[in-house]
Design a protein around this ligand. Structure first.
Ligand SMILES: [Ca+2]
Length: 330
């Protein structure tokens, strides 16, 4: 029997809601008067139908459309250009927020901006191809952790099952959004004791978290992370996309980024867009448009953070950045 597309979509969306999907609704907090250029329809786009192709991330060399496969190998994307021995190439791994593929997950994008952000990080991106489709982000993880084996496979260049000094060197960048923000923290922590990874290869150059959130979660950053940067909002605007209601009754959300804590040896930065108040922050995927700080919500946060992340990784200046909150140590 034929099932109409729209009811099916709605059914999946309700499934997503109960999986604590934040970014279902359109981001309605644009500082500009009209809807964002992507509108809400982009959330139904497929990966192939990249509605954010002109998102203006402004990546320089090494930026691609994410076509690199899992075994594409490393490149010199992001390597410093100053004198001295060349830095190891970067490898990137992203974990998305809660969602179901095809209905708010990676394929149709509850927040497609995060998938696009990761697709453009560089040819060193470690894709998730386990399902037959290749995604630029791994799905959020609850009971299983497929990102862990994928990370070992990607770093194990001589294919002996372990990550050692015999493998090609790499600088690892982990990026997570919402639930996936807590997952990349867990991934970094797992690296500190995983037997397949030698001690010399347990370092994480950058751990980037965009509004990391899951119920009961914490963001205590393990000491093998060299640089941690969180981008969050601390007060939900009235129309925050992560205010989940059923029949007008709030059932979940809003999801605010968990306050991080770091070890003393990690360079930690905690950006709070809410504290940006009336400052305008440009959206990477809505050229010429963006949000004022107090209007940044759980969905729009990806749009504004995606403007700041490529310059961060390129050691290039970027302005405006939101106010920083002092990070406690533990
Ligand atoms: Ca190896």
């Amino acid at each position: 029997m034929m099932v109409p597309a729209e009811p099916t979509s709605r059914l999946l969306r309700f499934s997503s809601i109960f999986l604590l999907v934040a970014p279902l609704a359109a981001c309605g907090n644009d500082a500009d008067t009209g809807p964002p250029a992507d509108g809400g329809s982009v959330r139904d786009a497929t990966v192939a139908d990249d509605a954010s192709s002109d998102g203006g991330l402004g990546l320089a060399d090494g930026a691609t459309d994410g076509a690199a496969g899992r075994d594409s190998g490393a490149s010199d994307a992001g390597a410093p250009r100053d004198a001295g021995p060349p830095a190891a190439p970067r490898r990137f791994l992203c974990i998305n927020g809660a969602g179901v593929d095809g209905a708010g997950g990676r394929g149709s994008g509850g927040n497609p901006d995060f998938e696009t952000l990761c697709a453009r990080l560089g040819p060193g991106l470690i894709q998730d191809c386990a399902s037959g489709n290749c995604y630029s982000t791994f799905a959020f993880e609850t009971t299983g952790n497929p990102s862990r084996d994928a990370l070992v496979r990607a770093l194990d260049s001589n294919k002996d099952g372990r990550v050692t000094a015999a493998d090609d060197p790499a600088r690892l960048v982990l990026v997570g959004y919402s639930w996936g923000g807590t997952n990349v923290r867990d991934l970094a922590l797992w690296m500190t004791s995983e037997p397949r990874i030698d001690d010399a290869r347990r370092r994480v150059e950058f751990l980037l978290a965009l509004d990391p959130y899951r119920p009961g979660g914490t963001m205590d950053i393990p000491g093998n992370v060299d640089q941690f940067v969180e981008y969050r909002h601390s007060v939900a605007p009235a129309n925050d996309c992560s205010r989940i209601t059923l029949g007008g009754i709030p059932v979940s959300g809003p999801y605010l980024g968990i306050v991080p804590r770091c070890k003393a040896g990690t360079a930690c930065t905690d950006y709070d867009y809410t504290l940006g108040g009336a400052t305008f922050f440009p959206g990477a995927f809505t050229p010429g448009r963006g949000y004022i700080g107090s209007n940044v919500d759980h969905c729009g946060l990806v749009n504004v953070a995606a403007s700041a992340i490529p310059p961060l990784l390129a050691s290039s200046p970027f302005s405006p950045l939101p106010p920083k909150v002092a990070v406690a140590t533990y």
